[in-house]
Design a protein around this ligand. Sequence first.
Ligand SMILES: C[S@@+](CC[C@H](N)C(=O)[O-])C[C@H]1O[C@@H](n2cnc3c(N)ncnc32)[C@H](O)[C@@H]1O
Length: 267
Amino acid sequence: MTGYEGEAGLALARRYEAVSAPDLHGPVADLLPSAPSRVLDVGAGSGRDAAWLAKTGHAVLAVEPSATLRAEGARRHPDPRITWVDDRLPDLTRVGGRFGVILLSAVWQHVAPPDRPVAFRALTGLLAPGGLLLISLRLGPPDLARGMHPVSVGGASCACGRVRPRDPPGGAAAGQAGPVRDQLGHRRAPGSDMSLADVYLQHRVHLLERQVSILFETTRVLNPEAGAELTRLERAWRAELDQLHAAFLRGDLAHFERREARVRGGG
Ligand SMILES: C[S@@+](CC[C@H](N)C(=O)[O-])C[C@H]1O[C@@H](n2cnc3c(N)ncnc32)[C@H](O)[C@@H]1O
C-alpha cells in the first residue's frame, strides 16, 4: 500500500492516534444510531474510529489494505467487537452483508475519479435500509506519494447527495427552520447550507456530468480500441472540473477569467 507500510505507516498511525475521534466526528455524531449496529470503517487506518465506535457497542468491520496499519490497529485496539479485513475500494470484494453505518474518514482521495462510481455503488449496496454513509473529504493538493487523487466537494456531493460542512455557515442559524441567508444575502434552500441557486446549479452539473460519463462509457463499448485515449480524455475532463471547483473554493476569479479567455480563443 503506497506510503502506508513499514516505518512510514507507523509514523502515520501515531499521527492519526493523536486526534480525538469524538472531536473529529463531533459534527456528525448526532447522526449515529444509539442502538448497537454493524459498522463498516473503510480505510480504517490505525483503528482510532473503529475503537471509538466499538466502545459505544457497535460491531465494527475495519477494512484496511495496509498490512502495517492493520497489525498496528489490532495491537493498539484489541477490542473483540472489531474485526480487521484486508480489502480495498472500489470493489470491497471481501465485505458482505449490510451495515447500519459506513464510515470513510479521509479515504475518498485514494479512489481514482473513474473508479468512484463503482466504489459508490459498492458502498450503497452494503448499506442496510435507512443506513448512514459518512464520507469525510480531504481537500487541498493530493499527496501523490501516497496514491491520492484530487477531491472536490462539488464532485462528492454530486455523487453522494448532501454535504454537511464542519462549521455550518451562519452558525446555529444554519440548523434552524425558516429562511436563512448567506453572507451575500442569497436565500438558502430550507434545511441546507446552500443557496437555492447553488442547489439548482448542482443538479444541472450532476445531470451534465452523468450525460458525459454515459457518453464516455457508450463510446468505449462501441469503440474498444479507443479505450486508452478515452480514459485519458475522461481524466483530463475530470481534472478540469476539479480545478474549477478548487478555484471556486479559493475565490480565485482570475482562474475563471483565464479559462474564459482560453475558451474564447478556441483553447
Ligand atoms: C488518510 S488515511 C485515513 C485513516 C483513517 N480513516 C483516519 O481517519 O485516521 C487513509 C487510509 O485509507 C487507506 N486506503 C488507501 N487506499 C484505499 C482503498 N483503495 N480502499 C480502502 N482504503 C484505502 C490507507 O491505507 C489509509 O489507512
